[in-house]
Design a protein around this ligand. Structure first.
Ligand SMILES: NC(=O)c1ccc[n+]([C@@H]2O[C@H](COP(=O)([O-])OP(=O)(O)OC[C@H]3O[C@@H](n4cnc5c(N)ncnc54)[C@H](OP(=O)(O)O)[C@@H]3O)[C@@H](O)[C@H]2O)c1
Length: 305
């Protein structure tokens, strides 16, 4: 099969090529998915799991990409709940070969059915951004109706999902980002927007929940905004500061079939809009992984036309 491979952590994207690789086999409780569309995270080559398996053993050359939408082509021993020929989407294991390939083996429990009226490219754009937003708000953030939520990077992949989900759930949403992102964030449902480079964050007043996708100085500057018993939820690594009277949680997104179902149902209902900024083919995936200009939103690779 054709796949994008990376060979060397130090070389990073320089060593990224389109190559011929053996098709994966389904281990116990796995399915093999014929990949129709794939999503990746620009920074994933810096993750240890890109280079090693679960036991820390070198697994190069590695296939990047951890979001998939496609059709089940084989079942492993003991696999239940999915059938050959079924449309699926989901998040694949960080420490196994990924989805920038014509086939990927993945644990069945990491996938959910993809309804027939949802395009594969849309399906592949949802797992990381949708699940991260869902888990940040409703699992780790313990959001309650009527709370105010400040979403950093509200025009980006995760931020645009968090903005929409929070609004729909009854939040007052303040989005942040660069000046050029104002209208996008408002279109996704933010009621206010703070330009992080020209406006004052302090003018926002108090909020119940800060959802931080940026970290560093932006995370530190947000602490004073959090009301007593409020919360910082971050996906940008361990927070450099914590709320004086509140909780801070940093987390890594996890696969969850039920939550994928919640997210895709909202897309079908028109309650949630995906944020695809660029569509490319597998032949062009190396260039798409290394864009020369800023892409707003997610890049999705259409592996099959
Ligand atoms: N822990 C987890 O489970 C998890 C899950 C998903 C993602 N992540 C990480 O979370 C981060 C965000 O992911 P994403 O997919 O949402 O990325 P994204 O689509 O690039 O969105 C980030 C948004 O924040 C903006 N931004 C970043 N730095 C900024 C700054 N200093 N000032 C103003 N705006 C800024 C970006 O604008 P520009 O494009 O102009 O910079 C973009 O609009 C990534 O680092 C990703 O690796 C972690």
């Amino acid at each position: 099969m054709k796949a994008i491979v990376v060979t060397d952590a130090a070389a990073g994207t320089v060593g990224m090529t389109l190559a011929e690789r053996p098709e994966p086999e389904a281990a116990g409780n796995d399915v093999v998915v014929e990949v129709h569309a794939s999503g990746f995270t620009p920074g994933e080559l810096s993750w240890p799991g890109t280079w090693t398996d679960r036991l820390g053993r070198d697994r190069r050359p590695s296939v990047p990409g951890h979001e998939v939408a496609g059709v089940v082509s084989a079942l492993g021993y003991g696999t239940r709940g999915l059938a050959v020929g079924q449309r699926v989407f989901g998040l694949t294991d960080w420490t196994r070969d990924g989805t920038l390939a014509e086939y990927v083996a993945v644990e069945a429990r990491n996938l959910a059915p993809l309804p027939g009226d949802v395009d594969f490219a849309v399906g592949a754009s949802l797992p990381i951004s949708g699940l991260t937003a869902w888990q940040g708000l409703f699992v780790h953030g313990r959001f309650q109706v009527g709370q105010s939520v400040l979403v950093h990077g509200a025009a980006g992949g995760v931020g645009s999902m968090a903005t929409q989900l929070a609004r729909e759930a009854g939040a007052y949403v303040i989005g942040t980002g660069r000046a050029a992102d104002r209208q996008t964030a408002l279109d996704f449902g933010a009621q206010e927007f703070v330009d992080l480079h020209n406006d004052s964050l302090a003018d926002v007043g108090g909020v119940d929940l800060v959802f931080d996708v940026i970290g560093g100085d932006v995370g530190r500057r947000s602490m004073d905004l959090i009301r007593a018993s409020g919360m910082l939820v971050t996906i940008a690594g361990p927070p450099e500061a914590r709320p004086v009277d509140g909780l801070a949680v940093d987390f890594v997104v996890e696969a969850d079939r039920a939550q994928l179902g919640e997210v895709v149902q909202r897309v079908r209902d028109g309650r949630l809009r995906t944020n695809i900024g660029n569509l490319a083919t597998l032949d062009d995936a190396v260039a798409a992984f290394n864009p020369t200009e800023r892409i707003k939103g997610k890049t999705i690779i259409r592996v099959r036309p």
